[in-house]
Design a protein around this ligand. Sequence first.
Ligand code: NAD
Length: 250
Amino acid sequence: MTGALAGRCALITGGASGIGLAVARAFRAEGASLVLLDLDPAAASIAEELGETLAIKGSVTRKADIVAAFDAAEARFGPVDICLANAGVSQNAPTLDVSEEEWERVISINLTGVFLTAQEAGRRMIAQGGGSLLLMASMYGIVAAPERIGYCASKAGVAMMAKALSCEWAREGVRVNALAPGYVRTPFLDDLAQRGRLDLDRLRARTPMGRLIETEEVARMAVFLASDQASAVTGQVMAVDGGWTAYGYL
Ligand code: NAD
């Protein structure tokens, strides 16, 4: 640890589990203070464990909850320098079976939720002279998978949002990048595998590196993008996927 984020304040949505939690741990280890906005009340005990961390219970689908989280961050730690719009849900069903309600659910969390978070972060970062905004896309925003129409469409939207916002806010000092993880070993993935809905051996075989991605590997990319080490990096969609999106053979 190098103290790369010392003195910074970071807001993470969906920070109570999986990738968001791993990023929270990595940001704290690099010296940032944190605000976790999550629906899951478990965020409160995580905040206690991490120290210098505030947990706000709320949804990224409600602008008022997002504003409340930024206000709480500013009141406790000062301006938010780093924001990771990470909260997201999966979706897995043949397209012809996807109801309008299910489509709206996925889009409202994965796409509108990221937009609302990014808009609030951008507003405040522009006013304070800069910041680093990270949006959680997926390799399925770069390449496609069947029976995940809402997921793929929302993540492609998130990847493009990072590019579009980077153009708009670059001269205001706000860098905007997206993360595009491959299959990351999370409790959610293990659960799907245990219920026979995902074949982990097939996923490993399809990945050039021959293995799943660890949450800490995504977190290290997030630390880099959030830090001054990435001072000229904006508008990028960074795949952390063991080579999945590079591979086009067989
Ligand atoms: P996870 O389910 O472990 O964690 C998601 C967190 O988001 C949870 O704490 C949940 O309570 C929270 N959340 C859900 N809806 C919310 C809402 N409306 N408002 C606030 N918080 C909400 O998931 P994960 O696997 O860590 O995924 C995190 C992000 O990474 C998602 O955007 C996901 O699409 C993306 N991603 C995951 C993988 C993977 O393999 N796990 C791969 C690529 C991208």
